[in-house]
Design a protein around this ligand. Structure first.
Ligand code: NAD
Length: 338
């Protein structure tokens, strides 16, 4: 069976998901939407993607692009739509388009858990999205937390977690956000990431704090995890090495920073220089095991790409593909990741 997929919202996440869908043997990209004309529309056209308009096609016409129809036409052709519009627009789209047209829809982390009632990270809870009409891919930060904490919880059991997210101020192509010369703490306790992790890892006790810094490349997380069983550093390194979509990076290979990790991804020839794996620094894994079992580690999260394979696996789960491990392997293969 070929799964027919549409992508609504062709920006940072949407264009990556569209390319990823187009690469899957069991999927067909029916088309993408253009809310307004931009260089993204030109690239979509050059790639041969069908372009559907959202409100009106005036902006496209003015710029010499002929649309292939509107949102309703797109929805008539697809089995499932991936909504990658800015936050809160997904909720409007659910009520305006997807529910009336009875089309399955995947939302992104800018929407609240309640929009779908199912929040998804493939290696943690693939089965929860099986045959669902709606699901939400959690945010880039939550995806990063869930991937590594899930592995740690399975092996050692987690008593509780404290994590701090040092967040990039804006995406590389974003000229509207910042900071450009400040460190900005999130002044709410906990930050929203902790409760968001619990929408996937339901039984993990976690408290998160966050701040933003003037960088565009990646987020960096520092985690302190109280474990139920004793751990040692070498076993934790092996655990992460053997867990999918997690990559151990080392100071010894001169991958000491987010800048070098992204340079590495570019040199690997990854599309757009993406690094969808969560990168854990080997030398920053520590264990304190005197009277208690504390695990400390630091990880880097490429915000533009870690959620993209999750969208692909979620498409399969929602359209009835039961074997989560197989889906993850198929997706990984085409991204060139383990
Ligand atoms: P973006 O601004 O880069 O892209 C959004 C796209 O949607 C733009 O092309 C815009 O023109 C289009 N759009 C706007 N209104 C629309 C409408 N009504 N209908 C159709 N298209 C419309 O945003 P993004 O960063 O890709 O974020 C999309 C979603 O993914 C959000 O929920 C966000 O929270 C989430 N997310 C973003 C990141 C990230 O770091 N960028 C990471 C993970 C998840």
């Amino acid at each position: 069976m070929t799964i027919k997929v549409g992508v609504n919202g062709y920006g940072t996440i949407g264009k990556r998901v569209a390319d990823a869908v187009a690469m899957q043997k069991d999927m067909k990209l029916i088309g993408v939407t253009a809310h307004s004309y931009s260089f993204n529309t030109e690239v979509a056209k050059q790639k041969g993607y069908k372009i559907f308009t959202v409100d009106s096609d005036n902006d496209l016409k003015l710029n010499g692009i002929k649309s292939d129809g509107d949102m309703n036409n797109l929805l008539e052709e697809v089995d499932i739509i991936v909504d990658a519009t800015p936050k809160k627009v997904g909720k409007e789209n659910l009520d305006k388009y997807y529910k009336p047209k009875k089309v399955k829809a995947i939302f992104q982390g800018g929407e609240k858990h309640e929009i779908a009632g199912t929040s998804f990270v493939a290696q943690c809870n693939y089965n929860e999205a099986l045959n669902k009409d709606y699901a939400r891919i959690v945010s880039c930060n939550t995806t990063g937390l869930c991937r590594t904490l899930h592995a740690v919880d399975k092996k050692y059991g987690i008593e509780s977690v404290h994590a701090t997210m040092i967040r990039r101020g804006a995406d590389p192509g974003d000229i509207h956000h910042g900071p450009i010369n400040a460190i900005v703490p999130v002044l709410e306790m906990p930050s929203h990431h902790g409760p968001d992790v619990q929408t996937v890892l339901h039984n993990v006790e976690i408290f998160t704090t966050a701040l933003s810094v003037p960088s565009t490349l990646m987020h960096l997380h520092t985690l302190t995890v109280d474990l139920k069983k004793k751990a040692n550093v070498n076993d934790v390194i092996e655990l992460f090495k053997n867990s999918t979509r997690i990559r151990i990076v080392r100071n010894a290979e001169h991958l000491r920073s987010t800048a070098e990790i992204i340079e590495f991804a570019r040199d690997l020839g990854r599309l757009r220089g993406d690094m969808p794996e969560i990168c854990v620094w080997q030398e920053a894994i520590g264990v304190i095991s005197n009277s208690y079992n504390k695990l400390l580690y630091m990880q880097a999260v490429h915000q533009e790409s870690d959620v993209v394979p999750e969208n692909i696996d979620c498409i399969r789960a929602m359209t009835g593909f039961k074997d989560g491990a197989k889906s993850i392997a198929m997706t990984n293969k085409c991204f060139g990741i383990r």
